[in-house]
Design a protein around this ligand. Structure first.
Ligand SMILES: [Zn+2]
Length: 281
């Protein structure tokens, strides 16, 4: 197939971006605030371009990725608009995606592929399950889970409160009743939910109400938000298995998962990005 064939089914909006190298208005694209596990493919030729775990929120108003699928992207010098920029295109069909920037220090890879939503399409990974844990400061909890084999993606956020889209300041005020949690996308064929529960119990104190070490407040409560009845039962059983190890009663709550609100970008992968050890634990 020639590029022309890949582009023949595009609508006018898509063609303006992909073929004529236009740019959609910031904060208008459907993927700007989209953070699920899956892969972003080229809208024209369907070639896989970016894993969703490389996506981050740069605040620029366009989907941002800090790495590409090897070989998926081609780069071209772009001198338009009186600036020197690097244009990025799909390496298979040469459709325009956006530009790539370096040196902004937002993520560890220090790279931002700034991509138009109209150039890409999201395909969800249906083989992954979701788990949610609150065990004190999410910086620490995220690090404990994110490098495990079988964990595809792990993000910090807020759950179980009374407001929508809370920010960190609101959550820390204690007035919204949100818990700091991590959202984990995992492959049950590689790591079981029981193994995640085991990691959860071993990495915090489940007997201190609304407190982990020096961190005090309802946002630090020990909580498991289950996504299925199977998870609920496994979580309940796991309390029976670990309670003997503690002299005080387990105060961990087990609740059905409500909506997850992703935390501000600076909280994501915080300890690794900032080269820090554990927080207060
Ligand atoms: Zn393509």
């Amino acid at each position: 197939m020639s590029s022309k064939d890949f582009f023949s089914d595009l609508n006018k909006e898509e063609r303006d971006i992909i073929v004529n190298k236009g740019t959609e208005a910031p904060f208008t694209g459907i993927y700007n605030n989209h953070f699920e596990a899956g892969v972003f493919i080229c809208r024209a030729c369907k070639n896989p371009l970016y894993e969703s775990k490389t996506k981050f929120n740069s605040g620029c108003g366009w989907p941002s990725f800090d790495d590409e699928i090897p070989g998926a992207i081609s780069r071209h010098e772009d001198l338009s608009g009186g600036r020197v920029r690097t244009e990025i295109c799909c390496s298979n069909c040469n459709g325009h995606l956006g530009h790539v920037f370096h040196g902004e220090q937002i993520t560890e890879k220090d790279t931002r592929h700034c991509v138009n939503s109209l150039s890409i399409q999201f395909k969800k990974y249906n083989n992954l399950s979701k788990a949610y844990f609150g065990a004190g400061c999410f910086w620490n909890v995220e690090r404990v889970f994110r490098e495990r084999k079988g964990v595809y993606m792990c993000q910090s956020g807020y759950m179980g409160g009374d407001t929508i889209h809370p920010n960190y300041k609101e959550v820390c005020s204690g007035e919204t009743n949100h818990a700091e949690v991590v959202e984990i996308y995992f492959d049950e064929n590689v790591i079981s939910y029981e193994s995640l529960l085991d990691i959860f119990w071993k990495n915090h104190n489940p007997t201190t109400l609304n407190r982990q070490g020096l961190d005090i407040g309802t946002q630090y409560r020990s909580i498991i938000f289950y996504t299925t009845d199977v998870q609920r039962n496994l979580a309940l059983n796991s309390i029976e298995l670990i309670k003997e190890k503690w002299s005080n009663p387990i105060v961990t709550k087990i609740e059905k998962a409500p909506v997850f609100f992703r935390a501000e970008e600076y909280h994501q992968n915080y300890l690794n990005k900032n080269n820090l050890g554990n927080c207060s634990l």
